[in-house]
Write a protein that binds this ligand. Sequence first.
Ligand code: DOR
Ligand code: ZN
Length: 358
Amino acid sequence: MTIVRFPAPIDPHVHLREPGYPHKEDIASGTAAALAGGFIVVLDMPNTRPPTDTPERLQDKIDRARRSAHCDIGFFLGATNDRRPETVVIAAKQAIGLKIYVNDTFGSLRIDNLELLNEYIKQWPGPGPIVTHAEGLMLAAVLALSHYHRQPVHIAHVSRGAEIKLIRKAKESGTPVTCEVTPHHLFLTQNDLTTLGQRGEVRPRLATPEDQTTLWEHMAWIDSFASDHAPHTIAEKDSNNPPPGFPGLETTLPLLLTAVQEKRLTIEQLIARIHTNPRHIFHLPEITDSYTEVELGGEWRLGEEPFFTRAGWSPFSGFLVRGRVRRTVIRGKVAFADKTIKVPPGFGEVLFPQSNSC
Ligand code: DOR
Ligand code: ZN
């Protein structure tokens, strides 16, 4: 058995569903799942109900987190067709970044005209980056605007070979672009839909085995991993209208540690993609004396222990993994150990982007 200590793991893409969908998740249950999954920082997406698209709604989330978060948390603002960018960007310093959806997904947030997309990308003042859900042809549009305006853009959940190849070209031509990949696109393909059925609905969709191989081959151009933790209940997934998304906070590290054990990934590559790079991309402050201890060398089956996420299921249940989280320590205090959350709601701090970090 080997114990490895990771500096404060960061999951830069989670949906904690508060306010609006407490039966799926809320800040308390989602940050408990984060700690159990070894994450010390999570960055929450704006497609809640209502969406986080005004300074007041952002402040409401910050107030809620100060009462209920178990781990540290930052919040994205969301761009919307209904408002001018000027009314949203005034809260930029309180947000960890601006999320722009240009493809369909869960919730109402979406920018569907070029003039508005151009204005948001032009006007966003930082210090956090713009994060986009931009697949296929829309990726080219976003990369062009990022290049033209010299605006840092982080591409969420890259899933296809053609997309990671285009991001590589953009990086090589000096576009200020970074990107993340999810465990479900690294460990599942559309072949898994035979067993997952409609529970396998997710955006971006599960891709081909060739897409998956190309992602692994382009590890050098992948800046960050992200769970895209998108909890929906099993009843919703099995309904006539299954919402897209998978819970992922508690399965991400075990899967990536398995890749380390199988020598598909090095420990150094993993630390860069769950700590060093996301910390730089999102201008996060240093969180001192905060780390996660994982155990390597054994074999465990995902889903044998109950999940902390209110969604209560995983597309990876039954997967044999070769790493697990033992404990997480935040600011010197044990926050998760012995399969138990050790810190009260409100222990987590709300994080803001540092204007001059790193
Ligand atoms: O599958 C997805 N679910 N993709 C997204 O982009 C959003 C997410 C959700 O919020 O459920
Ligand atoms: Zn997402």
